[in-house]
Write a new protein. Structure first.
Ligand SMILES: C[S@@+](CC[C@H](N)C(=O)[O-])C[C@H]1O[C@@H](n2cnc3c(N)ncnc32)[C@H](O)[C@@H]1O
Length: 390
């Protein structure tokens, strides 16, 4: 980690995203930027002028950095509209102009053109001299039918999460979760009452799980028999584990709305005969008798108080020689960069949850009579925390 002294610039080592040269994501902006911290003047009058000389290059001026961070909201929405309308799927056979696209989509051609031009300038599409737009390796990921599709990740960020982000100020002023403030209920209650939003959320979880990769592929399950995936959703993680470990049995435990497509997925993966689906709330109980309890992207959804309730139910259910595997970010102390700090903002506004440092994880686990045995850094946004009952 680069160190910085007060007032000195430092380089952010942000994970590189798969983008074309020229596309400016938050990651690449932060990656190439230098931030002046701790009391140094952030914007001089000459760099303010720089805001009006934007030529497309990121540069390394603090004003450029600040400007590009500030306008990210428009890109979020433009990408969302592209994903929601399904533009990328229409370009699979070759480039089309905005009139042809607009006719197929039933939208306004000129507005569509201007939006596509703006994102094409950042590498999301190609735009040729006859104004036809074509796919790039970035927009390929917005297709619906590719195994590495990120379409529902982009849709999710542009809908409910975007609305919640717009009320961050309310959360900061009052401490109330922005989502609850807007919808009058928590995210999971909302999803249980809204089929379309629930379908989008489940696809978002599946696509973001795929994107995070196979973090548990290395784990030694040879002496284990039954893995309970608490809040296991559509079963992507447990299916992966069962495929790699033919001797294991599994249980997916989740709310009825969370396991909608799980049976179908387990069958497709050839593991349905070794995996049971159990419906229920982890605030009430979790299925007993497992020797591994998985909590993947669960505890970060909740405050310490609620996370302790989930852990206490796991503690009651787990075998004495069992293992708890928690997949969540372990964020570094201080101002070291980490994607988990962005996800922490998401938790703040969406569910009232929190990303934790190693010290905070240790304390939370101790409260529920677990000992933290170790943390495996995966290099992606979620790490693996191993704990055992004490
Ligand atoms: C962020 S998703 C994580 C899904 C999955 N573990 C993964 O990593 O892809 C949170 C999951 O918790 C489930 N969930 C929320 N509240 C729950 C509750 N009270 N009891 C059981 N599951 C719950 C949701 O339905 C959802 O599947």
């Amino acid at each position: 980690m680069p160190q910085s002294r007060p007032g000195q610039p430092f380089e952010m080592n942000w994970p590189k995203l798969p983008v074309l040269s020229g596309i400016r994501t938050l990651g690449s902006v932060l990656n190439s930027m230098r931030i002046v911290r701790n009391g140094a003047s952030l914007i001089s009058s000459s760099s303010v002028l720089g805001l009006f000389r934007m030529s497309g290059s990121t540069g390394d001026k603090p004003a450029d950095t600040l400007y590009h961070m500030s306008i990210g909201f428009r890109n979020t929405q433009a990408l969302y509209v592209v994903a929601k309308l399904g533009v990328a799927d229409l370009l699979v056979k070759g480039p089309l102009d905005s009139s042809e696209l607009a006719k197929k989509l039933g939208v306004q051609a000129r507005a569509l053109f201007r939006m596509l031009r703006a994102v094409a300038a950042q590498g999301v599409f190609t735009q040729d001299s006859s104004n036809k737009f074509g796919l790039t390796s970035v927009s390929q990921l917005l297709r619906n039918d590719t195994p590495d599709s990120m379409r529902y990740i982009v849709i999710t960020y542009g809908e409910r999460q975007y609305e919640a982000a717009g009320k961050l100020i309310h959360t900061v002023k009052t401490g109330e979760t922005a989502f609850d403030h807007i919808y009058g209920k928590g995210l999971f209650d909302y999803l249980s009452e809204n089929d379309e939003a629930n379908m989008i959320f489940n696809l978002f979880m599946a696509q973001s799980h795929r994107r995070a990769g196979d973090q548990l592929g290395f784990y030694d399950f040879r002496k284990k028999r039954l893995v309970v995936d608490v809040g296991g959703g559509q079963g992507h993680l447990i299916a992966q584990i069962l495929r790699l470990n033919p001797h294991l049995k599994g249980i997916i435990y989740d709310l009825p709305q969370g396991v909608g497509q799980a049976q179908k997925y387990l069958e497709e993966q050839g593991v349905s005969d070794r995996c049971q689906i159990v419906r229920g709330s982890f605030f009430e109980s979790v299925p007993p008798g497992g020797d591994v309890y998985l909590l993947s992207r669960i505890l970060h959804d909740w405050s310490d108080e609620k996370a302790s309730l989930i852990l206490a139910n796991c503690r009651r259910a787990i075998r004495g020689d069992g293992t708890m595997l928690i997949m969540d970010a372990v964020i570094p102390e201080g101002d070291a960069p980490h994607l988990g700090k962005q996800i922490d903002l998401q938790m703040l506004i969406l569910t009232g949850g929190v990303e934790r440092t190693e010290k905070e994880w240790r304390r939370l686990l101790e409260l529920s009579r677990f000992a933290l045995n170790g943390v495996t850094k995966t290099g992606v946004q979620f790490d693996i925390i191993e704990a055992s009952p004490v």
